[in-house]
Design a protein around this ligand. Sequence first.
Ligand code: FE2
Length: 284
Amino acid sequence: MMWKESYRLGVDRIDNQHIELFRMTEKLIEDIAADAPAEVYRESLNFLKDYVIYHFRDEEEYQKSISYAGFEEHHKEHVSFTKTVLEYEKKLEESGFDVSVLKDLAGVVTAWLIYHVADTDQKIVAGKTQSQEEDVELSVNLFSDSAIDVMNTMAGFEKGAVHQKMVKDHVLEGDVFIELPLTGAWEGKAVFGFSRDLALNLVRTMTMMDLQDVDELVISALCELTNISCGNASVLLAGKGIECDIKPPVVKKKEGYAGNAVTGIYIETGIGGLEVVALFDRQQ
Ligand SMILES: [Fe+2]
C-alpha cells in the first residue's frame, strides 16, 4: 500500500479521500503491469478525474473553514494537477492508450500525489507557509538541498545516510540525466544525474513495487521529482530577490553527460547517488 500513516492530517474525511487516491494510483500501476485493455484505463481515468475534482473541492472547503493562509497558493497546485490529468486523458485517447503514455501518467500521478499529501497538504494543518529563511550561498546548494528534501519526503531516507559534498572537476557517472532549463536572472540549466540504483530504489519505495527497469514510469516519476525540487528552489531564490523561471524537465542521454568533468554536488543517499550541477550561460 502506497499510503502511509504519516500522511494523515487528522481530518478523517480528507484522509479517507487521500487513501482512495493512493488506491487508484496503485490500481493504475497494477493494470499497466497486467496489460489491461483500454476500457479499463478509460474507466479508471474517468473515476480519477471525478474523484480528484470532488476531493479538491472538499479539501478547499475545509481550508476556507479554518481560514488557511496558504489557500491561494494551494488552490493553484490543485488547478495545475487537474490540468495535467486532463492533458493525459487527451494524449491517451489520441494514442489509443499507448503503454508508454500510461506509464508517464502513472509516474507523474505517483510523484505528485506523494509530495502533495506528504508535504503541501500537511501545511494546512501545521499552518506553515513557504519557508524563506534559508540563507544558502550558492544556487547549486539550493537545488541539491531541495532535491534531498523532496526525495526524503517521497522515499524517506535512513537518518544519517545522506551525505553531500561539493566536488570540483567531478566526473559525472550518473545513468539518468534530467535537465531543467533556467531563464530570468540566471540563464542556463540545472542538471540532475541519478544513478540507476537511486532511480529504481526511489520509485520502488514510492510505488511499493519491485520495479526492475528504468522505464517510462521511473523516468516520468524522476522528472516530476526534479521538477518539484527545482520549483521549490526557485521559490527560495525568489525569496532572495532572484527571479528565475524553470522550464519543464528534459531527459538527456547518458552519453551526453557521463564522463564530463564539472563542478557540482555529489549526494550519497544510502540508496544510491545523485549528482546536481548548475550550468549557467549568463548571470545577471
Ligand atoms: Fe491538497
